[in-house]
Design a protein around this ligand. Structure first.
Ligand code: NAD
Length: 366
């Protein structure tokens, strides 16, 4: 087991956990769980798409390490992240007599990770939890940091917890079945990590965009590792989002969230909406004199090479602006903007003039 598969370690108030990233590392699942002290049983929670492709592989690895592998597959998609499904999984776990020292393994995208983590955080007041992210978005973002949740009809992620996994195991080979659009939108979050905190990571995107888009060579693993390490660093510094550090990860999200919401989730994939949002935030950063036009241009070119949208033509700007104002009210404060001060340098500002926001959203929707 190559220790150079270790991309980062997340430290939190109750301990720490490793982030293991590499090609073919799914094979190590069983032995890694053994190292965590898991014996007896593990419960793979997955979705039907992912389980069909990787489920047997994960089960075999667990069984080779002497761990009995049970599995539960949910229908794919955001609609599955709900309390009713969590309850079905609780009933299943109770039926097969799951114990606290057994592990829940979330094998899939962010939906499976959030739901599986929510179940792990609550069943028996907390079971061992392992994240095996298979989508790009789950790898570089959702699997790290311990936010677990389900949605309510009233809104996304309204019921949840901070519950840290004991291990994140990301097999880059799994990304090959994702499809081009899923890859592109996942890369958007990774590019964001470079833009807010790591100029050298951003350079790698500029140098290797096409290789990354086709997952060629070792560069994809290197860049995913580095991007996961950025998220690991941020959540280590600000475990519960109280210190103003974790908010930097929201670069592109003020406009992005509103766009996703007003177009009905599913029209724009999350990373696509964030890409449009990053163009808006870049424009605002430039207008405030924080960055020169050249930085916005570098951002634009990279997003374009990852085949991400740069604008949202035809969407009513007032509807987006209304949604942003509504979100601001529910957060009970002025809208906090994450802006760029350079490539790899970000800042939070509360003083963005409303007229500038309006003009920016209007331009994005032309
Ligand atoms: N906890 C956090 O910090 C955090 C952060 C960001 C997002 N999220 C959550 O993550 C969710 C979005 O995650 P997502 O984008 O991974 O969505 P997802 O889990 O719905 O996965 C997207 C689609 O890709 C498929 N898929 C996943 N891996 C695959 C693979 N290797 N090959 C083929 N198909 C594959 C899934 O079956 C699904 O149809 C949202 O619910 C969001 O709220 C959580």
């Amino acid at each position: 087991m190559a220790e150079n598969d270790l991309a980062a370690t997340v430290h939190h108030s109750d301990g720490s956990y490793p982030i293991i990233v590499g090609r073919g590392v799914l094979e190590q699942l069983g032995t890694r769980l053994q190292q965590l002290g898991v014996t007896g049983q593990a419960y793979i929670i997955s979705d039907e798409n992912v389980f069909r492709i990787y489920g047997r592989h994960a089960q075999r690895s667990l069984e080779a390490a002497g761990i009995a592998a049970h599995s539960y597959s949910i229908p794919p998609g955001e609609e599955s992240k709900n309390l009713a499904l969590a309850e079905d999984i609780y009933a299943w776990l109770a039926e097969i007599r799951a114990e606290r020292r057994h592990a829940i393994v979330a094998l899939g995208g962010g939906v499976v990770g959030d739901l599986g983590g929510f179940v792990a955080s609550t069943f028996l007041r907390g079971m061992i939890f392992v994240q095996v992210p298979t989508s790009m978005a789950a790898m570089v973002d959702a699997s790290i940091g311990g936010k677990v949740a389900v949605n309510l009809p009233q809104g996304k992620n309204l019921v949840g917890a901070f519950y840290q996994p004991s291990l994140v195991l990301a097999d880059v080979d799994a990304l090959s079945s994702l499809g081009q659009r899923g890859l592109s939108e996942g890369w958007a979050e990774a590019v964001k990590h470079g833009l807010i905190l790591d100029p050298e990571l951003f350079d790698l995107f500029e140098e290797h965009a096409e290789d990354l888009m086709s997952l060629r060579g070792d560069i994809s693993t290197e860049v995913i590792r580095r991007s996961m390490a950025i998220k690991a660093q941020v959540v280590t510094e600000d475990e519960r989002e109280t210190l103003g550090r974790r908010i930097l990860l929201n670069y592109g999200h003020s406009i992005g969230h509103a766009l996703e919401s007003v177009t009905g989730y599913g029209h724009y994939m999350h990373g696509e909406a964030v890409s449009v949002g990053m163009m808006g935030a870049g424009h605002i950063s430039q207008a405030l004199g924080l960055i020169p036009a050249e930085v916005v241009e570098r951002q634009r070119k990279v997003l374009e090479r990852f085949r991400l949208p740069l604008s949202a033509p035809g969407i009513d700007p007032d509807v987006i602006l209304d949604k942003m104002t509504h979100d601001k009210k529910t957060e009970a404060g002025s809208l906090r903007w994450v802006l760029l001060e350079g490539v790899g340098q970000s800042v939070v500002r509360r003083d963005v003039p409303p007229d500038l926001v309006r003009e920016t959203v209007q331009e994005l929707t032309l």
